[in-house]
Write a protein that binds this ligand. Structure first.
Ligand code: GRF
Length: 194
């Protein structure tokens, strides 16, 4: 079967994007990266893609007064590249309901918590403050509600008594880099059904 055409969307550091790019280098992965897109012109990840010889696309969200305008433009770029699957990798912009409906079942996201615990931001700090015994990372499908789509897979990361949000986030990130490529691989191979 032909490789699925994958877009990776990011806003910042881009370490999950790199993990996905590395994984897709292996033959028979089932997908190839055809579009890297950042909504922030100053995203750190942009430099990394340039170092890899890749040309990322920048779609500056501050230039769009309404979410729907941004979403429409994003959609046209994705269509132009014949994208099959979108991977959000630290993409900090919320996508509107029309967009998520149009791409239903074809957008993956990685979230740094053991969902449904701690949707939204500052997950590590909130997990520690809540006295949780574990944090984690989750790869899920994206729907119109924040961090609420079908969970594809997740890992636990146990919280230690001396953990800070920073130390915990480092251990979680390490797991994210393992989890996301594995889930994308399984997704591309149809493991999660239609
Ligand atoms: C990761 O923790 C990811 O789970 C969250 O945003 C962070 C992005 O990090 N959605 P990076 O840009 O992939 O390094």
């Amino acid at each position: 079967m032909a490789d699925k055409r994958v877009a990776i969307l990011f806003s910042g550091r881009g370490s999950n994007m790199i993990a996905l790019l590395r994984a897709m280098e292996s033959p028979d992965f089932g997908g190839k990266p055809v579009l890297l897109l950042s909504d922030r012109p100053q995203a750190e990840g942009l430099e990394i893609t340039k170092d890899l010889g890749l040309t990322p696309h920048i779609l500056d969200s501050t230039r769009y007064r309404y979410r729907s305008y941004f979403d429409r433009r994003l959609n046209s770029i994705l269509m132009r590249h014949n994208i099959d699957i979108i991977c959000l990798a630290g993409f900090m912009r919320i996508l509107g309901a029309k967009f998520t409906n149009d791409w239903d079942g074809r957008i993956l996201n990685i979230h740094p918590s053991f969902l449904p615990n701690h949707r939204g931001l500052n997950t590590h700090k909130r997990a520690i403050l809540a006295g949780d015994s574990y944090a984690g990372a989750t790869v899920h499908l994206v729907n119109k509600d924040l961090d609420s789509g079908k969970i594809l897979d997740q890992v636990r990361v146990y919280i230690q008594s001396n953990d800070t949000a920073d130390s915990l986030s480092k251990r979680v990130l390490h797991e994210e880099h393992r989890l996301y490529p594995l889930v994308l691989h399984d997704f591309l191979k149809g493991k999660f059904g239609g």
